[in-house]
Every structure is written in C-alpha cells, then in structure tokens.
Write a protein that binds this ligand. Structure first.
Ligand code: DGY
Length: 313
C-alpha cells in the first residue's frame, strides 16, 4: 500500500511504516504543497500524511479516488473539510495528547517573554545599548496577583493552567464544552473584562473565527497581555494591531497568524510583540511522537481497523 507524506517529518514514523511493508514517498520540495500535487496524491495514494498548512478543502478533496485515510500531522485540522472527507469515505486523523505539553510550554514561554520583555531586552543588549543598570529599563507586567484568562479548556488549555500552579495567579476560563474544571468558569464578557493576561487555547472553527475583534479588545483591561498559540484566524489581525498601537494591549506573544505564513509588516516592526514561526509543538519529543502517531493511524486504517485518533469516524 502506498503512502504519501507532504513534507519531511521525523524519520521514526516513516521507518515504522516502511518496516511494515508500506511504500512511503516523501515530498522533498520546500514550501506548502500546491493543490495540484495534493490532487495527484489523492488519486494515487492509499494514505496521506498531511501538514496543517495543506489545503484539503472540498474543492481539492472532490478529486480523491484512492485515498482512504488522511493523517494530519497536527492536533488542529481546520485545514481539512472533515465532513466532506467523511462523505467521500476518507477517515481523517490528528495528533492529540502527544503535543499537549510542548504547546502549553510554548504558550508559557510566550507569556513570560512578552510580559517581561525578554526578547526586547535581548535585542537591546545585543545591539550594544546596555549602558548599565537603570531603574526604568524595560519595565514589564508581573504575574504576581494577576488574573489569567484562558479561552478554550481542552487538553492544551488545561495543561497551561496546570503549569501556572506555581505562580500567584487567579485563573478564570471560558470554554464552550467544559464548565466543571477546578478553576473559575466565567462567561466570555467577564473573561475579557477581568483578565490581566489572556491566552487562547481553542480550535479554529466557523464559530471561533474572528472571535477577537476590536469589539472584544475594547472590553479588555487597559494594558492587558495577549497570547495566541492556537490559530491566527481566531483573531482579526488588523484589529489586534490597532489595539497594540493604542496600548490597550500592552504586550502580545504570537505563534500563529491570520494569513499564515504572511505576517503583517506592522506587526513585525512592533517592539511589544514577540512573534514566532508556529513552533508550538516543535520539540524533538513531540515531533517524534507525532510522527509515530500519524504512522500508526495510517497503518490502523489501511489494515482495516479503527483509527487511533480519528476526527470524523
Ligand atoms: C497543531 O498541531 O495544531 C499545532 O498548531 C502545532 O504547533
């Protein structure tokens, strides 16, 4: 059986499949796979290991002939029309759990580096601008006695909350599905109004697209810290930029962008924003574990069994 991988991933999962008799072809080119190559693959391969940047929309999926399983190398699967895939008889899988710690950890890193101005300070020091200790140099925001608002309380949101346990913070959260966790559940408006720092941990869906616009930023406290490691399009980026310019948002830490991989030039110029290249799950351990999980999902479905982590089965 033939499997196509749209980008190089850690070898461990590829070898796992090859050792079990699968023929695996990995696309060597850099950059996001064009739609015509995806369409070709959907005609020729039994299984596809796809990336979160691959466009598996209805327009592309309608050309599928041979593919029975799409194993997305990510926990998020907003790049795939999963309902349409189901109609076409294609099982879609993702990689939950194995990247939870890594992604929560990155949100934590962004939270501290944005609010304590760590990246800004590093730039300043490298540029030779440090002329000695200053009482007013790089004053940031503290977590001491802060209210942290978590939006989305799935695995990653909960891990992020757990990681905060050593800090003197009050955690409040808003979630559509979980209301009985050992933190204070609040409605969305209250979260916006009461948080000193807001971190997003929800998937991108039709409902969550542009959940954060000027209207929501206006309701936040002045000088709030805003962290997004979820999906860029949950936030209207032009409104985020306005809120940053006005100082409504004092600092932001971003790993994801509305028009990824495009990032607005304005955002790139702002000193009070830490911007990362979507590396939430980028630890050796998480990426190796993801590689094994995508491989095992492919194996399970193509051998006629149940997928391990299906999203539309
Ligand atoms: C995912 O897997 O959806 C994350 O965005 C990876 O960083």
């Amino acid at each position: 059986m033939k499997v196509f991988v749209t980008k190089k991933i850690p070898e461990i999962g590829i070898n796992y499949l090859k050792e079990r008799g699968f023929e695996v072809n990995v696309r060597e080119e850099e950059g996001i796979i064009p739609d015509n190559q995806l369409i070709e693959a959907l005609k020729k391969y039994d299984g596809i290991i796809s990336m979160l940047s691959d466009n598996l929309s209805k327009e592309v999926l309608k050309h599928a002939e041979k593919t029975r399983v799409i194993s997305n190398y990510a926990v998020g699967y907003n790049n795939i029309d999963v309902e349409y895939a189901r109609e076409k008889g294609i099982i879609v899988t993702n990689t939950p759990d194995v990247l939870t710690y890594a992604t929560a950890e990155l949100a934590f890193g962004l939270m501290l580096s944005a609010s304590r101005r760590i990246v800004e300070g590093d730039r300043f020091t490298r540029e030779g601008k440090f002329k000695g200790w200053e009482p007013l140099l790089f004053l940031g925001k503290t977590l001491d006695n802060a209210t942290v608002g978590i939006v989305g309380m799935g695995r990653i949101g909960q891990k992020f909350a757990e990681m905060l346990s050593g800090f003197n913070v009050k955690i409040i959260y808003y979630s559509k599905t979980k209301k009985d966790l050992p933190y204070k559940f609040v409605d969305f408006e209250t979260l916006l109004k009461e948080s000193d720092l807001i971190s997003l941990h929800l998937p991108l869906t039709k409902e969550s697209k542009h959940m954060f616009t000027e209207n929501e930023f206006e309701k936040m406290k002045d000088g709030v810290v805003f962290i997004n490691t979820a999906r860029g399009a949950i936030v209207k980026e032009s409104d985020l930029i306005k809120a940053l310019k006005k100082g409504k948002i004092a600092f932001a830490g971003l790993d994801v962008y509305e028009f990824e991989p495009e990032i607005s030039d304005e955002l790139k110029k702002m000193q009070n924003v830490v911007i990362l290249p979507h590396i939430g799950s980028a630890t050796e351990k998480a990426r190796n574990d993801m590689s094994m999980l995508v491989a095992k999902n492919i194996e399970a479905v193509l051998r006629g069994g149940k997928a391990i982590t299906p999203v539309n089965q």
